[in-house]
Design a protein around this ligand. Sequence first.
Ligand SMILES: [Ca+2]
Ligand SMILES: [Ca+2]
Length: 277
Amino acid sequence: MKHTKFMKSVLSVCAAAAMGASCLGYSASAATDIPYLGPTDGALCANDDGSTVRMNIYNEWISSPVKDINNVVNVIDYIEVTFTISGLGDRTCNVNEDGSEADAYEMSLVGLIGSNGFWGDPETDTVTPGSVAVTGDGTYTVRTDLAESADTILCLILSSNINFYQLGEGVTGIADSGVSVTVDSISTGEESWAVNYGDVDGDGAVAIEDATAVLKHYAAAAAGLEAVLTDDQITAGDVDGDATVAIEDATAILKYYAAGAAGLSPVIGEYFPAAAQ
Ligand SMILES: [Ca+2]
Ligand SMILES: [Ca+2]
């Protein structure tokens, strides 16, 4: 994959924007569903600590293996699971012995996919398991980004820190705790990334405002002032690809915009050499 570093930074920008402002040049291909075939009896069980909730999706390494997906499947850039949890009542966190609040509930997506190990142990993990805050009964999506693609899911588990003994009086095990986890869907996919050259403000169009933003950035830089554009915006604004954002870039953006406004159907690569590289 090309431009990996840039791509990852775009991803973080998109995550931060939380679907608010439009994202700069980000696009994701359609996800591929991995059909969920379960649940097998016993898929919902206790973690190794004996007291927190886990939902095995694929786990051969336990006495009663759970194989609730076909694990021979191409997993590309990420694995994502949507699940519904119920039985938490009004609880959102564990409590200490003295009744004070302990760690807030969260669900992590842990396992081993090809060479991607994500168990929540920074010493041995090759990728960081995704996690989601669980703020009560409801439906959540948790996603783990992989370092490399793989063709086999060796283990996949929804692992929480939810102490099920605290969910009711006299609970003796997960079965009578009232907690339930349903796997709604599992998906993977390949993310594709593209820089929308000229669209500096990321509103989906190349327009006068984009040229203005380039000029403001150029003027600020010339005056030794703080940068106006982010790194990603600089990439989009450097349409001639000479590694600086300057007047020539603004001129090219305006020419492209003017050609479009005149109904000429301009070809982006002809106006923006960076896009043709
Ligand atoms: Ca724009
Ligand atoms: Ca330039």
